[in-house]
Design a protein around this ligand. Structure first.
Ligand code: GLP
Length: 250
């Protein structure tokens, strides 16, 4: 595992964007696993800029997103499809048909989860999977539980997650109670994991994920078993790791 400690959000985003760009340069038709949330937005902005300046092409890139709220139309301004369009895809030369997000409106959610798993498998899994982390250690929408769940599945969101994500909605009551998420199986099958994290409020989750026991109570802790994890964070988010003596670059 490699850990890059950057001064602040901007530097963290630049580092993450460089690692993602390197993947696209190395393999122009790579499969990128993508994440939503506020943390990756800076990296998406930087990649969009490089694309528009002609330094980087996404023409052959395929993408698979981690998750989607159940019951939100793709055009709903809080759906993750909409988020990806506005924050990333609309600014790139990527082909829409090469971008994949679970369909939160599918009549049969379990069948949709199965379809999504099969799609990811047929693409050969992600070459690079971008991840953020929730305050409770969730990755995608894999919430703390009694077991790591391998396949794409429907989850009940925890109160903590609903509260954290309510900042994007008019009120907590408007946050969907369920979501579809890529399971731990597809995440762990990615060849490389890139986790991005920013802010003091994530420091404990990061400490638990990488210094705590491998336990489904902290879903991100399973990443300790992945052979190629790159963690890029700002000082505020990484300080508990550094204080624990974990060596970092930067
Ligand atoms: C949501 C997403 C996660 C994301 C998390 C943290 O719950 N499903 O994929 O990592 O939020 O978001 P943020 O980066 O805004 O803190």
């Amino acid at each position: 595992m490699r850990i890059y400690q950057e001064a602040d959000y901007e530097a963290m985003s630049l580092r993450a964007a460089r690692i993602m760009a390197a993947e696209v340069v190395r393999k122009p038709d790579c499969v990128l696993g993508l994440a939503t949330g506020s943390t990756p937005v800076g990296a998406y902005r930087q990649l969009s800029q490089w694309n528009q300046e002609g330094h980087l092409s996404f023409r052959e890139v395929r993408t698979v997103n981690l998750d989607e709220y159940k019951g939100l139309e793709p055009t709903h301004d809080q759906s993750y499809r909409y988020f990806m369009q506005v924050n990333f895809f609309d600014h790139l030369d990527i082909l829409r048909e090469n971008t994949h997000v679970p369909n939160g409106m599918a009549a049969d959610a379990d069948a949709e989860c199965k379809r999504y798993d099969e799609l990811i498998r047929s693409l050969g899994y992600a070459d690079l999977q971008l991840l953020g982390i929730g305050h409770n250690g969730h990755i995608g929408f894999n919430e703390p539980g009694s077991a790591f769940v391998a396949p794409t599945h429907v989850v009940d969101l925890t109160e903590r997650t609903i509260e954290a994500n309510s900042r994007f909605f008019a009120s907590a009551d408007d946050v969907p109670r369920q979501a579809m998420t890529m399971g731990i199986g597809c995440i762990m099958a990615a060849r490389r994991i890139l986790m991005v994290v920013s802010g003091e409020d994530k420091a404990q989750a990061i400490y638990d994920a990488f210094c705590g026991p491998i336990d489904p109570k902290c879903p991100a802790s399973i990443l300790q078993l992945h052979p190629d994890v790159v963690l890029v964070g700002d000082k505020a988010a990484l300080h508990k790791l550094v204080e624990a003596g974990v060596s970092v670059c930067g």
